[in-house]
Ligand binder design. Structure first.
Ligand code: ATP
Ligand code: MG
Length: 737
């Protein structure tokens, strides 16, 4: 009896704050079980409690449990929750991502996996670099066969568990070519002991498949397998789970078909659907109550996702009151958007809120730049998750390396970085010779090269190639010397060949990198506009903009970001935000072309994935959501007019509230630039009901004017362009009629 009582007490701390279906899931008899439920319904909570249940009630040892999460952050959180519940460290418990777990297995069984003990992981950048070399060795023209496309092919094959030998020969030359590249690339990886991301999973799968005794060992060890975010597993991950779960198996998976957002990376929402076929006797439990968000947020998310077809369908409700309407903010431009967001966060903090409870979520990494800038200006600690910080990205480092060489020919790391980027036929042997000479003569690589060009040590081909490089840098310097900084940056990016190189990389990354390069031009323009001579050390009388800017870039790449434990604003892409929650969520850049992304808007299937991403975004919020869009944005290096995203319209108007612009002088890091004479004229001269003409929107009537000086904006009704628009007067050319 005493035993039973203590058991009941034990169990109550696991089950007390769960609803009935949640409790049913946590306490289900061992065996395959699937929890299918919408955002914020407690799937992750249930999975965590299930682990506690297994340990405390089923007497499972921590060793026998394997839990898979989607990010390392989520894994760390899950472990600490369980440890806190049981009040003890659980060293034997394996919690991690698929990649992390596969890596761990391969480290432990490197011999069986036929890997060198010190095998290294190839990140996607390294992978592309290696593929470039492979393409060159195979005499494949990089222009016709972009390395990123080859990488895409290889990664897809690995996700589908295909080795070069079993790539399906569909008879097309393209497929044969791809297969040949894959085979050579793979040989190269084996020879150098390199393992790419896809290889981690495939190797770990093959390790078990080919070593039945090892597999049995792990099947016996991991009696309990739990997987969060199951809707985003791909083929190899799914098969890996199947292989591991022996018979009988206790597999516990949770997921939401409406949150499948990695289709572009091979994840298959069908996996969660076919689970019940592949795991006989599987039970399904649905959770319908949402505990995260207010009624309004939930209704907004439900209405938006209802536009998708082929859903499993769910009925998600909440007990919470309606709460605040979804706040919609139409910004003048991207700077205004960022200032608005930071100002709202400041107010939140002033009234006792924590910074870590606020998140700025964007579609593409390039958008983070302006937020970093404004956050730094407002001295507000922040942290960017995932993705490299702007000045650390490879393409930005490439561009900066050229600029540094323009500023200082003797900058050896920059020389090394770009001497053969874009490729100009300078091989490893030539580089070694340059390095040896520089070392022997204690001079810079640049000087060594110049000296070697005077002698006979270099072959005529190599001499030609390095001379081209030296001439290029000299020309970049000479031709841009008299230009203002942004033009100079733009010139160097264009004429170094970087722009073309990245723009012609056909896969996702190339486009993104080209966008980032354009953003560097914008950054330099803003840098000059807001440069504070005291901070940057520029001589106000005659600033050396190039060097001041380069110093700024170098300093900023190392610091400023808050440390892990600090209370700071959270910045990440929508993809990274899956599974997380925050009191205040700012969804920024909800503009057609940006979100849904240009690429995805045309295809229904991709558009639906974008919409699921929007659904993920909205459902991250507990208390309040802001949907922000800018009317003008510096994008692809130029100022463009933007339309609000269709996803803004898909949120019922009754649930939303428009936020009026309020310019807060305190927030501005520096004084705004003085109004240009033309802008002052334009702002001063506009009157209510005045008729105007705009080059793109045609004739219109001024309905409202607000703001002041540089920030003056006018609402103008343009019948031909579909109604009223807010325009920033200083940026807009309007003819008065
Ligand atoms: P997502 O789909 O976004 O991953 P989820 O289904 O995993 O969401 P959780 O993150 O587990 O949902 O839970 C959402 C929030 O609701 C969390 O703050 C969690 O603590 C809380 N919650 C879940 N169930 C309950 C409950 N029965 N009582 C009170 N709060 C709960
Ligand atoms: Mg979750």
């Amino acid at each position: 009896m005493i035993l039973l009582e203590s058991l009941v007490m034990d169990v109550s701390w696991i089950l007390d704050d769960l609803n009935d279906p949640q409790r049913a899931a946590v306490t289900a008899p061992l065996g395959p079980l699937r929890v299918l439920a919408g955002a914020g319904s407690g799937k992750t909570r249930v999975l965590t409690r299930r682990i506690a249940w297994l340990l405390a009630v089923e007497n499972a040892s921590p060793w026998s449990i394997l839990a898979v999460t989607f990010t390392n952050k989520a894994a760390a959180e899950m472990r600490s929750r369980v440890e806190a519940m049981l009040d003890q460290p659980l060293g034997g418990l394996w919690v991690g991502t698929f990649h992390g777990i596969a890596h761990r297995l391969l480290r432990q069984h490197w011999q069986e996996a036929r890997l060198p003990r010190a095998f290294q992981i190839l990140d996607s950048d390294d992978q592309t670099r290696l593929l470039k070399r492979v393409l060159r060795d195979l005499n494949v023209d990089e222009k016709k066969w972009p390395p990123l496309a080859a990488a895409g092919f290889i990664n897809r094959c690995k996700d589908e568990m295909q080795r070069p030998a079993n790539v399906l020969d569909d008879g097309t030359p393209a497929q044969r070519q791809n297969q040949r590249i894959y085979a050579t690339y793979q040989q190269e990886c084996e020879r150098s002991g390199l393992v790419d991301f896809g290889e981690l999973l495939l190797r770990a799968y093959e390790l078990w498949r080919d070593h039945p005794n090892l597999l049995t060992h792990y099947q016996e060890r991991f009696q309990h397998v739990l997987v969060d975010e199951f809707q985003d597993t791909n083929t190899i991950q799914y098969q890996w789970v199947r292989l591991l779960s022996g018979n009988p198996c206790d597999v516990f998976i949770v997921g939401d078909d409406d949150q499948c957002v990695y289709g572009w990376r091979g994840s298959k929402v069908e996996n969660i659907q076919k689970f019940s076929d592949d795991f006989p006797g599987a039970q399904t439990i649905r959770l319908e109550q949402n505990y995260r968000s207010t009624g309004v947020i939930l209704k907004a998310a439900n209405a938006l996702i209802a536009n998708n077809t082929g859903r499993l369908g769910k009925n998600l409700w909440t007990n919470a009151g309606d709460g605040d309407p979804v706040q919609i903010y139409a910004a003048f431009n991207e700077t205004d958007e960022a200032r608005f967001v930071v100002e709202r966060i400041r107010q939140w903090v002033e009234t006792g809120g924590q910074r870590r409870e606020t998140a700025i979520l964007y579609r593409s990494n390039a958008q983070s730049r302006i937020f970093e800038e404004i956050l730094v200006g407002a001295a507000m600690p922040y942290r960017i998750y995932g993705g490299l910080r702007f000045f650390e990205r490879a393409e930005i480092k490439d561009a900066l390396a050229y600029l540094r060489l323009v500023a200082n020919r003797d900058d050896d790391p920059s020389f090394e970085r770009v001497v053969n980027t874009p490729p100009r036929g300078i091989g490893g042997r030539t580089l070694d010779l340059l390095r040896d000479t520089a070392r022997a003569e204690s001079c810079s690589l640049w000087q060594a090269t110049s000296r070697l060009l005077g002698g006979k040590a270099l072959s005529s081909r190599a001499a030609h190639a390095v001379r081209r490089f030296l001439d290029l840098v000299e020309a970049l310097d000479r031709d841009s010397q008299d230009q203002p900084l942004p033009e100079r940056v733009s010139h160097v990016i264009a004429y170094s060949g970087l722009q073309t190189m990245y723009a012609e990389d056909k896969a996702d990354k190339g486009e993104m990198r080209a966008e980032n390069l354009d953003e560097l031009i914008n950054v330099s323009a803003r840098f000059i506009a807001h440069c504070d001579p005291v901070i940057t050390g520029a001589d106000p009388a005659e600033p050396d903009w190039l060097n001041t800017f380069l110093a700024h870039a170098a300093l900023e790449s190392g610091e400023r970001q808050a440390g892990a434990g600090e209370d700071c604003v959270q910045l990440m892409t929508l993809h990274m935000a899956k599974g997380l929650e925050f009191s205040l969520v700012f969804l920024v850049g909800w503009e057609e072309g940006l979100f849904p992304h240009n690429r995805s808007a045309a295809q229904e299937r991709q558009l639906e994935e974008e919409r699921r991403l929007a659904y993920v975004g909205i459902t991250r919020a507990r208390q309040r959501v802001y949907l922000c869009h800018a009317e003008q944005r510096r994008w692809y290096g130029k100022e463009t007019q933007q339309n609000p995203s269709r996803f803004v319209r898909e949120v019922p108007e009754a649930l939303t509230q428009d936020v009026r612009a309020r310019v807060n002088a305190k927030l501005r890091p520096k004084a705004p630039p003085a109004l240009s004479p033309a802008a002052a004229m334009a702002a001063g001269g506009l009157q209510l009901r005045q008729r105007v003409h705009h080059a793109k929107f045609g004739e219109g009537v001024v309905l409202a004017i607000e703001g002041e000086g540089y920030h003056t904006r006018a609402q103008i009704h343009f019948p031909a362009a579909g109604g009223p628009k807010w325009l920033v007067v200083a940026y807009t050319k309007l003819d008065r009629l």
